[in-house]
Design a protein around this ligand. Structure first.
Ligand code: ADP
Ligand code: MG
Length: 441
């Protein structure tokens, strides 16, 4: 990976949790999370898979609130990675005491900051009602939706509301629940585990889908659920699909369906605009209405991406010192609109990006050297020049030191084939594309 990519996107990240399947990576802000998710997730998971020797999914989580730097990080107090790989006995007493733990709530995730529209009004109504009369009306409450549509926000809004009324609630990701439960079995502390969870007035579990396929954890969840539910304690669970379609055990599916099930749909244009207005207010920045329109009318329907676009525009404007106009906004969002750059690249930008990635220089690429590495770099340059610039194959040949157009066509075909079979090269090329896309045009 080129140094600038690393410096910009990866340097400030940290591993938060690893549960044998999913590595959760903490980023400093939503903008970085969006960029990593869109551009580097595949590269990162490939790298992690090589180390772990098994398939690994990566997910990104913001560990500090971008809009408000004074808000404490919503990160778990102890990293599961560290806890698992480090010597047990070296864990401090404090950590041992808080072996089971509710995750901290993000104070920003409140009902006040949740914008209601037709796509989410039922979920919002159900959540406020459950928070107002926990354990009485909708128990359990199961909220499901695709990514970035506000599940975690609503779940934590319930948590924040209950907390403000002095209730004892446990808020966990399903990964945290899994880790707590599995560790209690390993450490012989299942009684403490039960006592801890049973003591809650309400249990909020985020992203239940991640316990699918984990028999032991599902067993633990089932019993925990039953105990709390029978005790009249509110249980709220979020997931990414209807319970029946999930891969959860049948008995858990039917428990979730036994209460109220509500979904959240992607917001319509008006709601997207209203959400953006809310975010702008929270971020305390000034953006003209037509700029918000640009963001709201983008094809993406996911609120997290909307926020990402907004952050990107603000970051871009701050970086360039330009006033935020529609043009600036379009420019800032340009490379998020397509995975491929929309405007042609200058040949030298492409050639430079390729030589840098292959650790050579543009003169060498244009020159006569034919070592394996240089030839490959040259072929990749030809391929990318055809893809990202408006050059014909004779022109590409010319740009690379006067080579024949048939050489260019050959290289293009060769690289296309290699991309199919060689993941390493695929990732190299993806990185070059990212690097090109992140350069100002
Ligand atoms: P999910 O958990 O469904 O993937 P999140 O709850 O993390 O999604 O939401 C993603 C981002 O979008 C969060 O920053 C959240 O505050 C914001 N968001 C989602 N829906 C709304 C909404 N209706 N009003 C305000 N912000 C929202
Ligand atoms: Mg979530």
């Amino acid at each position: 990976m080129p140094r600038p990519n690393f410096e910009t996107w990866l340097k400030g990240t940290q591993a938060l949790r690893f549960d044998d399947e999913t590595l959760v990576i903490g980023t400093e802000n939503a903008f970085a999370a969006t960029m990593l998710e869109e551009r580097l997730a595949a590269t990162i998971s490939r790298a992690v898979e090589r180390i772990a020797g098994q398939p690994v999914t990566v997910r990104f989580e913001v560990i500090a609130d971008p809009a408000n730097p004074t808000v404490p990080a919503t990160r778990e107090p102890t990293s599961e990675l560290q806890a698992d790989s480090s010597n047990r006995s070296s864990r401090s007493d404090l950590e041992r005491e808080s072996q089971f733990g509710s995750l901290p709530l993000n104070p920003r995730y409140t009902f006040d900051e949740f914008v209601v529209g037709p796509s989410n009004e039922l979920a919002h109504a159900a959540a406020t009602r459950a928070a107002a009369e926990p354990g009485r009306v909708y128990n359990p409450l199961y909220l499901y939706a695709g990514v970035g549509l506000g599940k975690t926000h609503l779940l934590q809004a319930i948590g924040n509301e209950l907390k403000s009324r002095g209730m004892h609630l446990i808020y966990v990701s399903s990964e945290r629940f899994t880790n707590d439960y599995i560790r209690s079995i390993q450490d012989g502390t299942t009684e403490q585990f039960r006592a801890f969870y049973r003591g809650a007035d309400a249990l909020l579990v985020d992203d239940i889908q991640f316990i699918a396929g984990k028999a032991q954890t599902q067993e633990g969840f089932f019993h925990t659920f039953n105990e709390l539910h029978m005790g009249g304690k509110q249980v709220v669970v979020t997931g990414d699909e209807p319970a029946r379609q999930s891969l959860l055990e049948e008995r858990i599916q039917s428990r979730l369906e036994g209460g109220l099930v509500v979904d959240i749909q992607p917001p319509d244009y008006e709601t997207r605009t209203a959400i953006l207005r809310e975010k702008v207010k929270v971020m305390q920045v000034q953006l003209p209405g037509d700029v918000l329109d640009v963001v709201a009318s983008r094809p993406s329907s996911n609120v997290r991406e909307l926020e990402g676009s907004l952050n990107r525009i603000v970051a871009y404007a701050q970086m360039t010192g330009a006033p935020v106009t529609v043009e600036v906004a379009r420019k800032a969002l340009g490379d998020l609109l397509n995975t491929r750059p929309e405007a042609p690249r200058t040949p030298s930008a492409v050639i430079n990006a390729v030589s840098e990635q292959f650790g050579t220089d543009s003169e060498t690429l244009k020159g006569p050297r034919r070592t394996k590495e240089v030839s490959l770099a040259r072929h990749v340059a030809m391929y990318l020049l055809r893809e990202t610039s408006a050059l014909s194959s004779p022109q590409v040949g010319l740009a690379l030191g006067g080579r024949d157009h048939s050489t260019v066509l050959y290289a293009q075909k060769k690289v296309e084939e290699l991309i199919e079979t060689d993941p390493e090269l695929r990732s190299v090329i993806a990185t070059i594309r990212q690097r090109l896309a992140s350069q100002p045009r």
